[in-house]
Design a protein around this ligand. Structure first.
Ligand code: F6R
Ligand code: MG
Ligand code: MG
Length: 372
């Protein structure tokens, strides 16, 4: 049986208006590129979508992960989108295309990418989640709930095929190392790390005794770390396989029924609730947010992508949206104070060095200050 690779990749190559959404012409250009790649046989299938100011491509092919040609195609598609963005004077044209020239792999260049090579099951339901105005660590909590929390995933308790648990791979994005955690045995060790989502990011999930085929893969790029300066929030993407011994579709969606707080939002420098929404509503507005997540459901059929079905647009997430808006009200009352604003080490924009330099003479040992 031929193996199929799912490549989900996203980039911000220009916003319409500001950083709020993607212009339809840019999406049409990406669709044209994908259509051509299917015709010339590079891809089995491909779908174009958007979440906030990011274009996402969900591609299927038979070339495996980290394939130079497929990555090159994604890069060229984003470049073509950036050209449209430049022509239309869209905002931040080419924002995520950090490298001057493509070097064979989009990892670390800017676009966020989640890839997994699988043997397609007789029926293969998958969900591709895309989020805007947040960072890859935003998936830590939902992935933990989906694959490790019996209060979220009933199958961990009552499905004999899932009862053993899963193995999670975690990246340290600062040290660029990785570690595996077998759960439930190592849950507490896992949580010591992934509770700091700005540094430790769940990258892949495997069935317990099979480390060949991931059942979930997430993007782990942090643009700010690549560029060494602020170049936009590294909005993440995630692919999760479902059903038949894996978490059911509803178990995969369940964590998004309670919006958790993530880093990002305005200027990548605030905490905000991750609001689940329909693809059509993934258009951050208030304070450039709140951060959004969409869930695109697909059935694979010999590598073809049936869908997407707009899963988080469903009415069962209405209350989560309402709660997210209430949390947003509350956090906004804090203005520039932590924890509304992120701690200094996590802020993507800061005037701290400038202000510190200007006011350097103002700071004295406490006993030296004469009260004026
Ligand atoms: C956050 C984001 C926006 C911008 C903000 C300022 O990820 O994209 O909140 O940071 O709109 O943008 P600039 O500096 O481009 O005016
Ligand atoms: Mg942008
Ligand atoms: Mg974005």
């Amino acid at each position: 049986m031929t193996r199929i690779t799912i490549t989900a990749v996203k980039a911000d190559v220009g916003g319409f208006v500001g950083h709020s959404s993607v212009h339809p012409e840019l999406l049409r250009e990406a669709e044209r590129c994908v259509g051509e790649a299917i015709t010339r046989g590079l891809l089995v299938d491909g779908k174009v979508g958007s979440c906030g100011d990011d274009v996402n491509l969900v591609l299927t092919h038979e070339h495996g992960v980290d394939d130079k040609e497929v990555h090159g195609f994604a890069w060229d598609t984003f470049l073509a989108g950036a050209e449209v963005a430049k022509r239309l004077h869209l905002y931040g044209a080419g924002q995520d295309l950090l490298a001057d020239a493509f070097s064979g792999n989009v990892r670390g260049l800017g676009p966020g990418i989640a890839e997994l090579e699988i043997e397609e099951r007789p029926s293969e339901p998958i969900v591709v989640f895309a989020a805007d105005k947040t960072e890859p660590g935003a998936w830590n909590l939902p992935l933990y709930k989906i694959f490790c929390d019996p209060f979220n995933t009933a199958g961990l308790v009552i499905d004999p095929k899932m009862h053993d648990g899963f193995t999670l791979e975690v990246f340290d994005v600062i040290e660029e190392t990785r570690a595996l955690f077998a759960c439930p045995e190592e849950l507490y060790d896992l949580l010591v790390y992934i509770g700091t989502p700005s540094r430790y990011v769940i990258s892949r999930v495997f069935r317990k005794h099979d480390q060949e085929e991931p059942v979930a893969a997430a993007s782990t790029t942090r643009l700010a770390l690549i560029a060494g300066r602020y170049v936009g929030k590294d909005d993440p993407i995630l692919v999760v396989r479902c059903q038949s011994g894996l978490p059911a579709l509803g178990e995969v969606l369940e964590p998004f029924a309670y919006p958790h707080l993530v880093a990002g939002w305005m200027r990548g420098a605030h905490h905000g609730p991750l609001m689940p929404c329909a693809v059509a509503d993934a258009t951050p507005a208030r304070f450039d947010g709140p951060p959004r997540v969409v869930g695109m459901g697909f059935q694979l059929a010999d590598g073809k992508l049936l869908g997407p079905r707009d899963l988080l647009g469903d009415v069962s997430f209405d209350r989560a949206r309402q709660l997210a808006l209430e949390l947003a009200d509350h956090l906004r009352q804090l203005g520039p104070f932590e924890p509304g604003r992120l701690p200094p080490s996590e802020m993507e924009y800061t005037t701290m060095p400038e202000v510190n330099e200007r006011l350097a003479d103002r700071w004295h040992a406490r006993e030296e200050v004469a009260v004026r």
